[in-house]
Each structure stands twice: as structure tokens, then as C-alpha cells.
Design a binder for this molecule. Structure first.
Ligand code: SF4
Ligand code: SF4
Length: 515
């Protein structure tokens, strides 16, 4: 393994458990009887449904549109009929529901025409951004941030592109299998992005224990014209695949608190996202499916499935042979950063990279919390150099501002502090909720500021219209006085004399009445 220019603080050596699911090739999960598409967007509002109950749709039909320019459209992932638009549980750390479009599939899987292919060696960055939005491309590493928006934010002065294949969470193996089977797509996407971003360096990071993925990338690199890409193995230390930690490892640069990687000239993209970018550009494919790792002691045959978006989790478990007798709980994501859900009826959305069905004796079965003994283990393990115990005191006491002063928003929710806490305090749960509360407050402030701006702009417009009307009246009057026809001039003169006479009689009445 090459010597890396940097290292990150804290972190943990974890047992991988990836071999549970990464032994067999990716398999298509099949079409479920129903597909569910949550309308909730990142800002908490619902996308606008563009279909009604009873409508027929095909794979690729746009069924809902974002209410912000950078919220990508929502596409149907197979053909069928819209049977309901109603509230339904969705994959979300807060366990919320969302308005969902529910489609009964017809089994025919008919598609609309694909988008036209772009010329990937010459297309402009703007046309690529438009395509990524149109094709609904978002980050597939778990965050689900719209890719066009992310690239726009880093549009200026990017010198390094990093492709994140360091799948550091235990159990998750979808990127491992993707790299083994579709390395060429990833390299093609990297070449396209490097050209459109205009950056000098492109790095692909894979974990040290993803040996076969690394070999597949090397083989694809030798077979194609990809010598400009550096393929780098990073230590299997959790969370090496965290965006900030990976940037620090590979470049030695630290992303400042509260800033984005673009601030230091870096853009980081998950490898599956880059493969999707390539397919959207080169083949006009929309993002309507993703690879999901279904794994854990609670599922019969753990594996990686190619899943149409909207497929209920329960259908995937069935495709993996069903639950085992020791199935205990459902986690979306890995055991460290994932979150528990209480129903397998919720659908797969773009950020869902894994379903972990825990067994009865799973480490995710947490004992009751005890008081903090101030051992400091959480601070030592924190890869973001935070002080989790202080953060916990403030978030637990609802002192949100104090928690923000302690850089709550820099917490990457990696779970290292939870994992080492001898008192089993649910630190990450607390931080996640506090971050949500902070985001909600920020949204409320933004919304109030937006409403105020709209009101002020409306007032200013009305005042301007009034001024324009007065000016126009004055001009009309002036033009009538200067160039009116003789008849109009006579009428104006009569009116003037009448007014003068009235003024005179008024003046004389006032004089006579004076004592
Ligand atoms: S690891 Fe747990 S017990 Fe130790 S200081 Fe942190 S919160 Fe307290
Ligand atoms: S969850 Fe947050 S506070 Fe805890 S170790 Fe990770 S980054 Fe640090």
C-alpha cells in the first residue's frame, strides 16, 4: 500500500463482515407488485405530483417534479397504473412518513424513449449538468444530494476529483461488487467528470481489503485509456470512506469547519454515482435503480441486488430467501451510520445502499444507557475532533446554540463515539435529532427571510407603479396643454375661466363676511 499524504484523527478498526454478501454477482431483484415513490424532498416539502390516480405510466415517465430548480424530477421505475397518492412510511432517520405515489406494476416493464446520448468527449459542462438533473442523478453513497447541485457548488477552481470507493461501513458491499463488475463504467464517468470540471488530478480510493475491486479497476485501466487516473488503496480504518476523512487521507488537506470540499479545490463523488453519471451521459439512462446490499444474520441469503427504486424492502428480503429465525431488527445502511426502521413496507429510495437484518445477538442491540463517567473515550475516537460528551450535555439540555458552538454541524454521525462509550449513551441519536432541529430552525429563518424579501419587493413594485402612473398622467397633461386641438384648447380655456370666476366669487364672499 502506498504511503498516503495525510491521516485523520480517531476512527476505529472494525470487523468487516462484507464477505457475507459479496460472494456472488449482483442480481436483478425483479419487479415488485407495487412501487412507492415518496414525494418528500430534502427541504422537507413535497415535490409536485404530475400524475393522478388511474394514470398509466411507463418506466422513465416523470411522475413528480421538484419545487426547487435543483431538486431533480422523480421517474417511474417500471410501467403500470397509479393506484394511490397517500401518506406512507419512508426510509428516513427520523422515521417520518411522506406523501407517496403508489404504482401497481403491470409486469410489462415498458419504457419511454431514452434521453439522447451526449458526446462524452466534447459535451459542455453545462449540458452535462442539465443531463444529470434531467436524469435524476443524486449521490448514491448514502447522502442523496443532487449531483448537479454539488458540481455547481464546486464549479470554480477544482483541482482534484476523488472517487470514493472506500466502503468503510461493515456489512455493506454494493460498491465492492460494482467495482468488480462495472469498473469500466466508473473509469469512463471519471474521465467525463475530470474533463468537465477541468481538474488536474483524479484519484479513486478503495479500501485495503477490497482486493478484487482494486484488481478489476487496474485491469480496466490497462484495457482503456485511463492512465491519468490514480487508483489508491486506503487503510481499512473506519470511517476512511467519510468524505472529509478521505480527502484528508488522500490530499493531506483539511476541509475547514462549516465549509464544503470545494473550498479547498476538491470534489468527492461516490463510485456508484460516477457510474450513473456515465450511463446518463453516454446512454441517456435515468437513475431508476440502484445496487442494494441485503445482509445480516437475519436474512437467509445475503447478497447484492439491482433494485428498481420504489421497491418495498420486504420484497427484497423475499428475494433473498426470507427472514431467518433469529431476525431481530431492520437497519437502513450499515451498523455504524444506519438507522432502525420498524417496517419492511417502506420503499428503497436513492440514498438506500443497504438493508441490514440484524440477528438476536447483534451488536446493534444496545443495553440501557448509564450516566457518563467522563472517560473521554468518545473524544479519542471522534474522527472529526469533536467533544461528544460536551455535545451530548448541550443537546440533551436543549441548548442548541451551545451545541452549535461546539461544532455540532461538523458531526458526520459516524457512530464511533457510540461504539466506544462504556455507558452506552445514545450519542449519535441525540446529535442527529439536534442537527435536524437546527436545520428546521434554519429553514424557518430562511423561509421568513424569503417571505420578507417577497413582501418588500411587492411593496417596492407597487410604489414604482404608482410613480409611473403619476408620471404618465403628468406627461399626458403636458402634451394636451402644448399640442391640443383648437376645440380642446377652447374647452381648457373655458374650464380655466370658470375656475378663476369661482375663485373670485369665493374671495369676495370671504371679504364681505369679514367684520
Ligand atoms: S465515552 Fe461515554 S462515558 Fe465516556 S466521556 Fe464519552 S459519553 Fe461519557
Ligand atoms: S458521531 Fe459525531 S461526535 Fe460521534 S464520533 Fe462521529 S463525528 Fe464524532
Amino acid at each position: 500500500m502506498t504511503t498516503l499524504p495525510g491521516r485523520f484523527p480517531g476512527g476505529l478498526e472494525l470487523e468487516g463482515h462484507k464477505s457475507l454478501a459479496n460472494q456472488c454477482p449482483i442480481r436483478f431483484a425483479g419487479l415488485p407488485p407495487r412501487l412507492l415513490f415518496p414525494l418528500r424532498q430534502r427541504n422537507g416539502e413535497n415535490a409536485r405530483a404530475l400524475v393522478s390516480i388511474g394514470d398509466l405510466v411507463r418506466r422513465g415517465s416523470v411522475i413528480a417534479g421538484g419545487n426547487q430548480p435543483l431538486d431533480p424530477p422523480i421517474h417511474a421505475s417500471s410501467s403500470g397504473r397509479v393506484i394511490a397518492i397517500e401518506d406512507h412510511g419512508m426510509a428516513h432517520p427520523a422515521g417520518i412518513s411522506s406523501r407517496c405515489i403508489i404504482i401497481e406494476t403491470d409486469g410489462l416493464d415498458e419504457s419511454i424513449a431514452a434521453l439522447p446520448a451526449l458526446d462524452t468527449t466534447h459535451c459542455s459542462p453545462e449540458s452535462l449538468l442539465d443531463r444529470l438533473h434531467e436524469a435524476g442523478i443524486v449521490g448514491l453513497g448514502g447522502a442523496g444530494f443532487p449531483t448537479a447541485a454539488k458540481l455547481l457548488k464546486g464549479k470554480t477552481a477544482i483541482d482534484t476529483l476523488i472517487l470514493n470507493g472506500a466502503e468503510c461501513e461493515p456489512y455493506i458491499a454494493c460498491d465492492d461488487r460494482l467495482l468488480r463488475e462495472r469498473a469500466n463504467e466508473v473509469l469512463q464517468g471519471a474521465a467525463l467528470l475530470q474533463r468537465c470540471l477541468g481538474c488536474r488530478t483524479t484519484l479513486i480510493a478503495v479500501e485495503g481489503d477490497m482486493r478484487l475491486a482494486w484488481q478489476a479497476l487496474k485491469a480496466a485501466q490497462s484495457a482503456g485509456d485511463f492512465d491519468f487516473i490514480q487508483i489508491i488503496q486506503v487503510p481499512s480504518r473506519y470511517p476512511a470512506g467519510g468524505e472529509r476523512q478521505l480527502i484528508q487521507l488522500l490530499t493531506g488537506r483539511e476541509v475547514p469547519s462549516g465549509a464544503l470540499p470545494a473550498a479547498i479545490g476538491v470534489i468527492c463523488q461516490n463510485v456508484a454515482t460516477v457510474a450513473a453519471i456515465h450511463r446518463a451521459a453516454a446512454h441517456g439512462e435515468i437513475l431508476d435503480s440502484r445496487i442494494v446490499t441485503v445482509t445480516g444474520a437475519g436474512v437467509q441469503t445475503p447478497q447484492n441486488l439491482e433494485v428498481r427504486l420504489g421497491t418495498p424492502i420486504g420484497f427484497l428480503i423475499e428475494q433473498c430467501g426470507g427472514y431467518t429465525g433469529q431476525a431481530h431488527g431492520l437497519i437502513v445502511g450499515g451498523p455504524m451510520m444506519g438507522y432502525t426502521v420498524n417496517s419492511d413496507a417502506i420503499p428503497v429510495t436513492k440514498p438506500v445502499n443497504a438493508i441490514l437484518v440484524t440477528g438476536a445477538k447483534s451488536p446493534a442491540t444496545i443495553p440501557d444507557p448509564q450516566p457518563c463517567i467522563r472517560c473521554g473515550a468518545c473524544a479519542e475516537a471522534c474522527p472529526a475532533s469533536l467533544l461528544p460528551q460536551q455535545l451530548y450535555w448541550h443537546t440533551h439540555d436543549q441548548q442548541l446554540q451551545r451545541a452549535l458552538d461546539y461544532h455540532l454541524l461538523d458531526c458526520i454521525e459516524c457512530g464511533c463515539c457510540d461504539a466506544v462509550c462504556p455507558s452506552h449513551i445514545p450519542l449519535v441519536h441525540e446529535f442527529r435529532q439536534a442537527k435536524q432541529a437546527s436545520l428546521s430552525q434554519q429553514r424557518a429563518r430562511d423561509s421568513a427571510a424569503h417571505a420578507r424579501m417577497r413582501f418588500e419587493a411587492r411593496q417596492a413594485r407597487k410604489e414604482q407603479e404608482q410613480r409611473d402612473r403619476e408620471l404618465a398622467a403628468q406627461r399626458r397633461k403636458a402634451s394636451l396643454g402644448g399640442h391640443a386641438s383648437p376645440k380642446i384648447q377652447e374647452a381648457l380655456e373655458r374650464a380655466r375661466q370658470k375656475r378663476a370666476k369661482q375663485n373670485e366669487s369665493l374671495a369676495s364672499e370671504t371679504t364681505h363676511n369679514d367684520p
